[in-house]
Design a protein around this ligand. Structure first.
Ligand code: SF4
Length: 726
């Protein structure tokens, strides 16, 4: 177990609200991509207190309520304690030994591969896995089982940003840092309710704005007047799915008024003429018609962005979860490049990752088309490099991308994938169209679910249940939105027979006969191999070691053990493309994949709440967090509500082409007309009709394969009677 950090001098029981703390450990928040450093206080070998780590550069001691209540999510009555196997699908699971469970799982996977080929098996993971967890399962699938069917719920989170950075800048990797928040003079926050979803980043923006209210401009682009929009000088309340028209119009104004950075464009980019001719058509008037945002507001936003000494663009799921997710990312990067707002203090395109280690997943190749070190399964030379590292023949790595998340469940439903292994995620609640996920899991010959909790919506479909250790019961590292890697020590023992996810992967690899390639005895061993795999790559972590991380977090690239890490990418104006120039990619507006019509006249958008996390398997157990919002709600504009006879507080039924949900109406002018909003946290286990994903659709971006969770067509009707139908 990790040695504790020195107890903080002068911290007495009184200073801890009467609680005695025996020792403190430094750690990392397992919730969102802000990646706050934590101090974890233990008494009698149990976690009893969590505070912000004042020395961590992501948060300097601040944390949000979710982290404060982490101690209450550890020793819960629904922890999965022992491996269990269901003798039949309809039978309750029975306790077995680890050997029995893994022998059975390995036999099922081996059998599926023998009968149907390597692509008949698949793994589906999570942005909440540690880098070491990801690495082991990714290596097992892609290097040894011969399938690229390893994808994760990061597909639902950041896949469009990955593809956007790659196509525009030549590589994935957010260019900016949180340090840029402290010096930026213009913030363009688009498709991000930062105040609720990345609260500590938001506090930093708020602090910057309050310190220099006249110098700093905050522009928020969102169909809802969120807590984030309350800070805005300019709130551009656009209709869902009209971002590209609006961004192109900002560029139109910038070109028209001669506000481009011509020197930067000439020296460091390509494709300007093609972009200029496209944005020429997007006048502010055209954009107003499409987006509903008044043309003068678009003009003011464009001027503020182009003329500030440092403009940051921050975005998240509102941009990425779209059938046009990649073009939207390209449009934002076009804006940064045209104004030279990249590679210098306070500037840059800066996607905020949803999950604590979505970035780490990208680094290890935790998507079905990637390999470690930002390599692609499509490039023979990159497959060969990874094959050499893993000690297998180059042709052992498949050149065929595996199934991305949605396709994976479609393939299960169609019987193409026979055996699925789900780690640390709850797709029955988080995916659009849970009926498809259910069909896939029912259709599969073998479903293994590895989780800290049982039951969840997904464990109900497991043939084999494996108990996983969770934060802070295992050691590992995670990377936050600003490329900063933080070490997370094991500070308490996992309950029952739960094991770290990476160790379960190693035991499975050994049960499958690959022991020699999985010799790891610790998370540090796994990390050392991963870090080596990145040497010479853009995300070079080869200078990062556990010993260094135990002294403090490090931002990659970090190519040598005496390298301090890199705060900002592209400071030299050289990009990762073949000619070193960033690419302007012209993109055109297109409405949501499912437009409204007479039958379904409203656009539903979904999102997160400040005090809940994903499918509530952790935060849903904390009474103090539930107090702020116990039930799902539907936000709608008074005009539409009046037309439907809906009053604030009424229960309404929301129907899409795929299903129904029921929620209490919140009638508010803080959402644009024609749009309604429902949080997605509640799954069917909370009440079948509480699930917003009953309504969402499978449309997806053709490149990133990220689903359009932010816009679908619905109708709303007032319910005369309560209670919930079941
Ligand atoms: Fe954790 Fe995110 Fe809150 Fe920071 S902002 S404490 S990382 S949930």
């Amino acid at each position: 177990m990790q040695r504790p950090v020195n107890p903080r001098p002068g911290v007495s029981a009184e200073a801890n609200g009467g609680q005695r703390i025996d020792r403190w450990h430094k750690s990392y928040c397992p919730y969102c991509g802000v990646g706050c450093g934590l101090l974890v206080g233990l008494r009698d070998d149990a976690v009893v207190k969590v505070e912000g780590d004042p020395g961590h550069p992501a948060n300097f001691g601040e944390i949000c309520a979710k982290a404060v209540f982490l101690p209450r999510t550890i020793a819960t009555p629904d922890r999965l304690l022992y491996p269990q196997v269901r003798p039949r699908r309809d039978a309750p699971p029975r306790r077995v030994s680890w050997d029995q469970a893994l022998r059975r799982a390995a036999a099922g996977f081996r059998d599926a591969v023998a009968r149907h080929g390597p692509d008949a098996v698949a793994f589906y993971g999570s942005g909440q896995l540690s880098t070491e967890d990801y690495y082991v399962f990714n290596k097992l699938a892609k290097g040894f089982l011969g399938t690229n069917n390893f994808d994760t719920n990061s597909r639902l989170c950041m896949a469009s940003a990955v593809a956007g950075y790659h196509s525009s800048l030549g590589s994935d990797g957010p260019p900016a840092s949180y340090a840029d928040l402290d010096v930026a003079e213009c913030f363009l926050l688009i498709g991000t309710n930062t105040a609720e979803c990345h609260p500590i980043v938001f506090r930093r923006i708020e602090k910057r704005k309050r310190a220099s209210p006249d110098r700093v401009t905050v522009i928020v682009v969102d169909p809802r007047r969120t807590e984030t929009a309350d800070l805005a000088d300019l709130h551009l309340a656009l209709r869902p799915g009209t971002d590209i028209a609006l961004i192109n119009a900002m560029l139109h104004v910038i070109v028209r008024e001669g506000l481009c950075d011509r020197a930067f464009i000439d020296r460091h980019t390509s494709g300007w003429q093609a972009l200029a001719s496209v944005v020429d058509r997007y006048t502010p008037g055209v954009a107003e018609e499409v987006s509903g945002v008044p043309a003068p507001l678009i003009e003011r936003a464009a001027r503020a962005f182009a003329t500030s000494r440092g403009s940051l663009i921050l975005w998240s799921m509102g941009v990425n979860q779209s059938a046009l997710g990649v073009p939207k990312n390209n449009a934002l990067i076009n804006l940064a490049l045209a104004t030279g707002q990249i590679g210098r203090p306070g500037a840059g395109p800066f996607s905020l990752t949803g999950q604590p280690n979505a970035m780490g997943g990208r680094e290890v190749g935790g998507l079905s088309h990637l390999l470690p070190g930002y390599r692609s399964v499509l490039r023979p030379e990159e497959r060969a490099e990874v094959a050499a590292l893993w000690g297998v023949a180059a042709d052992h790595l498949s050149p065929k991308p595996g199934y991305p998340a949605l396709e994976l469940f479609e393939a299960l439903a169609e019987g193409k994938v026979k055996a699925a292994w789900i780690l640390c995620t709850n797709p029955m609640a988080s995916m659009p169209e849970p009926d498809l996920v259910e069909k896939g899991l029912r259709q599969a010959e073998l479903v293994v679910v590895q989780d800290a909790y049982h039951p969840t919506e997904t464990t109900a479909y497991a043939d084999i249940l494996l108990p996983a250790a969770q934060w802070p019961e295992k050691e590992g590292v995670m990377t936050n939105s600003e490329r900063r890697i933080t070490h997370m020590p094991k500070v308490v023992d996992p309950p029952g027979e739960a094991l770290p996810d990476w160790e379960i992967g190693v035991r499975l690899a050994r049960a499958l006969g690959f022991a020699a390639a999985f010799p790891y005895r610790s998370a540090a061993d796994v990390f050392e191999e991963f870090a080596r795999s990145t040497a010479g790559r853009f995300n070079d972590c080869s200078g990062v070691t556990y010993a260094r991380l135990q002294q403090g977090p490090i931002q990659w690239p970090c190519p040598a053990t005496d390298h301090a890490g890199t705060e900002r990418l592209y400071a030299d104006g050289r990009f990762q493309t073949e000619d070193g120039r960033a690419r302007f990619i012209p993109v055109e507006h297109r409405g949501p994949a499912e437009p409204t019509d007479e039958e379904f006249p409203l656009t539903l958008t979904t999102g997160r709440l400040k005090n809940q996390w994903h499918t509530m398997t952790k935060t849903g157990k904390v009474e103090s967090l539930l107090k702020s919002c116990r039930e799902p709600f539907l936000e709608m504009h008074p005009r539409e509500a009046a037309g439907l006879g809906v009053r604030d507080g009424d229960f309404v039924e929301v129907t899409s082409r795929r299903g129904k949900a029921i929620a209490q109406a919140r009638v508010t002018e803080e959402i644009v007309r024609g749009t309604c909003f429902m949080p997605f946290h509640w799954g069917r286990a909370a009440g079948y009709y509480k699930a917003a994903n009953n309504l969402t659709l499978r449309a997806r971006d053709p490149i990133s394969r990220q689903p359009e969770l932010k816009a679908c067509a619905v109708r709303v009707r007032r319910l005369e009677d309560f209670p919930w139908p079941e």
